[in-house]
Design a protein around this ligand. Structure first.
Ligand code: GDP
Ligand code: MG
Length: 277
């Protein structure tokens, strides 16, 4: 059930939006993690749209705040290299495994365990790799992530693999450290092939806090797309709208659970319909 359904069923009786309705709509938008400023901008726009029904107006206005950028993964003719970045716990490693599974029917996939700061992170990726039958390149604990990236791109060439997915560390305590590390990994890959995508993983259940983290990452690296995880655990999916409105980075995939199949392309129209109906 959409987050605005209670509200919409009530206003349908009059088909007109009055001040108390608009206040209630603003509250619902904010409760859905859309953020106060954007919620008020949406209200103003809905008010100006007199011709349509409130439901149609809301649909049009919400859709207009989503990114117009391409949502499919851009692929390269040789190796498609994809870096996956984001704060610890958001779902990077799981998303790397899900993406690998998703790409497997299009060619050989190699995974790089470049989060070398946590032994558990490497083991976790290896376990996924075994389960889905994908090679995982790793280094020793605390080894240089860029050296893992180097080994991984070498392996990718050796196997003539079509995809290289790189899992990275998510420490946020020092922005310039983070930037240096991610840039170094990128440089190592780009000696061989361009990095096609840098996907930022955001946990939908962290709401506006997740948006703040996203801003820090977007300043540190050139993010080309977002994977919004744990939408299954969040009744407040409005965060997708807040992210796209403020960063104009397209959400390319959504995570809808903990198993390998729980990844879906993000469809703006369906998303908005889901919020409303
Ligand atoms: N419910 C749900 N859980 C998820 C999703 N994606 C990841 N997780 C869980 O979130 C936790 C952290 O994921 P992990 O991939 O280790 O995050 P990382 O630290 O960013 O690599 C794990 O328990 C995952 O199973 C999702 O889409 N939905
Ligand atoms: Mg991880």
């Amino acid at each position: 059930m959409g987050i605005f359904s209670k509200f919409l069923s009530k206003i349908k009786v009059t088909e007109l939006l009055h001040k108390p309705d608009l206040d209630e709509l603003a509250d619902e938008l904010i409760a859905a993690d859309i953020g106060a400023d954007l919620a008020h901008a949406i209200i103003e726009q809905v008010q100006k749209m007199k011709s349509a029904t409130p439901e149609e107006s809301l649909h049009t206005v919400l859709l207009s705040h989503l990114s117009k950028k391409e949502r499919t993964i851009s692929t390269a003719s040789g190796v498609t290299a994809v870096m996956v970045v984001g704060v610890n716990g958001t779902g990077k490693t799981t998303s790397v495994a899900k993406l690998a599974h998703n790409f497997q029917n299009r060619g050989t996939v190699v995974l790089a365990a470049a989060d070398t700061f946590r032994a558990a992170a490497v083991e976790q990726l290896q376990t996924w790799g075994q389960r889905i039958g994908v090679e995982v390149i790793s280094g020793k604990e605390n080894s240089d992530p860029a050296s893992v990236a180097f080994d991984a791109i070498s392996k990718t060439q050796q196997l003539s693999a079509a995809f290289l997915l790189i899992d990275t560390a998510g420490r946020l305590h020092n922005k310039s450290d983070l930037m240096n590390e991610l840039e170094k990994i990128k440089r190592v890959i780009e000696k061989v092939t361009p990095v096609s995508e840098v996907l930022l993983v955001i946990d939908a259940t962290t709401g506006q806090n997740g948006l703040q983290q996203a801003k820090i990452f977007a300043e540190a690296v050139q993010v080309t797309g977002i994977v919004l995880t744990k939408l299954d655990g969040s009744a407040r999916g409005g965060i997708a709208l807040a992210i796209e409105d403020s960063l104009d980075i397209p959400i390319k995939f959504v995570g809808t659970g903990e198993s390998i199949e729980d990844l879906a392309p993000f469809n703006p129209d369906e998303y908005v319909k889901g919020l409303i109906s």
